[in-house]
Design a protein around this ligand. Structure first.
Ligand code: DOR
Ligand code: ZN
Length: 345
C-alpha cells in the first residue's frame, strides 16, 4: 500500500503559545489538522471564559486563509476558578474542556491545583454539565521519582478523584506508561487517553545516551522501552479510548539548549508522516484513522471531520530541522528514522 486516505485528523492536545510564536507555529498544525484542543498554559494562564474567547480570536487571526482549522479552547483550572463562569463558557460554545495541572508539574503550572478539595465544586459542576477534564497526570512530591510520577498520580489522585465525582469525563493526557494504558482501558465511556507522537518513538535513552539531548526532553518524561511498546500497542490497537494528542510544545532553541532546559517536543510539522511510519512498522496502517481522526471526536461527542487528507509513500521526506520565528528557531522533532509517508492533499 502506498496511498492512504484518512478523514482529516484532529490534535486533542496542542500548545500554540501567543504572540510571535503563535503566528509561527499555528500554520504548522493548520496545514493537516481539522481541530485541536488548545492548552491554556499561557503566562498568565487562560482562566476565565472571556480570556479563552480573546485567545481564540488571536489564534483565528494566525490561521492561513487556505486552512480549514478550528481551535477548541480550554480553561486552566485553578483553586479560584469560578464554576459559574466555566459552565457559562461551555454553554456558550467558547470552551470544549478544562485542563488540570497539579501545581509545579510542568511548564507554567504554578497556578495549578495544590489542594484537590478546593476544586471539588468545579469538578461537580463539570460532571453535571458533561465538560471533560484534561489531566496532566503527574504528582509533584519531591520524594516521588520523576519516572514514577504518572503511575503514582493514577493511584493517589486520579482514581480517587474519579470515584468521588461520578459522571466526570476525564482525558488522561499524554500517557507514557503501561500503567496509564491499563488504567485508561479499565475506565469505560467516561475515560479517554491521548498519546503523543514522540512517546511512540522515543524511550528515555533518547534523552540521556551519548550526551544530554534537550530536544527529547518533555513532560511527562519518556520512560523505559517496555512502556514505549505498551503505548505503541495501545495506539495501534484500535481501542476507542486512545487518540492522538501531540502535545506539540514549541520552545525557542536557546531555552531548550540551556542549563535548565524547558520541557517540550515540537512535532506539529511532521506528526502525520511519523505516525504513518509507526503504524506501518506495526502492521496497523488500517488503525491510523481511528487513532488520529475518529476516536477523539467520539470521546468529545463531536462529528469526525468531513474533509480528508491523503498520504503517499515514496522516497524519504526531509523536514526542516527547525522553523523560524521572529524570536529565533524552534527545532522540529527528529524521529531518528527515515520517514517515507508525506501528506499530499
Ligand atoms: O513537555 C511538555 N511541554 N509537557 C507539558 O506538560 C507542558 C509542555 C509545555 O507547555 O511546554
Ligand atoms: Zn501539553
Amino acid at each position: 500500500m502506498d496511498r492512504l486516505t484518512l478523514r482529516r485528523p484532529d490534535d486533542w492536545h496542542l500548545h500554540l503559545r501567543d504572540g510571535e510564536m503563535l503566528r509561527a507555529v499555528t500554520p504548522e498544525t493548520a496545514r493537516h489538522f481539522g481541530r485541536a484542543i488548545i492548552m491554556p498554559n499561557l503566562v498568565p494562564p487562560v482562566v476565565r471564559g472571556a480570556e479563552a474567547a480573546a485567545y481564540r480570536d488571536r489564534i483565528l487571526a494566525a490561521i492561513p486563509e487556505s486552512a480549514d482549522f478550528k481551535p477548541l479552547m480550554t480553561l486552566y483550572l485553578t483553586e479560584d476558578t469560578d464554576p459559574a463562569d466555566l459552565v457559562a463558557a461551555h454553554r456558550d460554545g467558547i470552551i470544549t474542556a478544562v485542563k488540570l495541572y497539579p501545581a509545579g508539574a510542568t511548564t507554567n503550572s504554578a497556578s495549578g491545583v495544590r489542594n484537590f478539595d478546593k476544586v471539588r465544586p468545579v469538578l461537580e459542576a463539570m460532571a453535571e454539565a458533561g465538560i471533560p477534564l484534561c489531566t496532566h497526570g503527574e504528582v509533584v512530591d519531591s520524594h516521588v521519582d520523576i519516572f514514577d510520577r504518572e503511575a503514582v498520580f493514577i493511584d493517589t489522585v486520579l482514581d480517587p478523584l474519579r470515584r468521588n465525582t461520578p459522571g466526570l469525563r476525564v482525558v488522561m493526557e499524554h500517557i507514557t506508561t503501561s500503567q496509564g494504558v491499563d488504567y485508561a482501558r479499565s475506565g469505560g465511556e467516561d475515560l479517554g487517553a491521548t498519546i503523543t507522537t514522540h512517546h511512540l518513538v522515543i524511550n528515555r535513552n533518547a534523552i540521556l545516551v551519548g550526551g544530554i539531548k534537550p530536544h527529547y526532553y518533555c513532560l511527562p518524561v519518556a520512560k523505559r522501552e517496555e512502556h514505549r511498546l505498551a503505548l505503541r500497542e495501545a495506539a495501534t490497537s484500535g481501542d476507542a479510548c486512545f487518540f492522538l494528542g501531540t502535545d506539540s510544545a514549541p520552545h525557542l532553541d536557546h531555552l531548550k539548549e540551556n542549563a535548565c532546559g524547558c520541557a517540550g517536543c515540537f512535532t506539529a510539522t511532521n506528526t502525520m508522516s511519523i505516525l504513518a511510519e509507526v503504524f506501518e512498522q506495526d502492521g496497523a496502517l488500517d488503525k491510523l484513522e481511528g487513532f488520529a481522526s475518529l476516536n477523539g471526536p467520539r470521546f468529545y461527542r463531536l462529528p469526525p471531520n468531513e474533509s480528508q487528507i491523503v498520504l503517499e509513500k515514496g522516497a524519504p521526506v526531509d523536514y526542516p530541522a527547525h522553523i523560524d520565528t521572529v524570536e529565533g528557531p524552534v527545532t522540529v522533532f527528529d524521529p531518528m528514522m527515515p520517514l517515507h509517508w508525506r501528506v499530499v492533499e
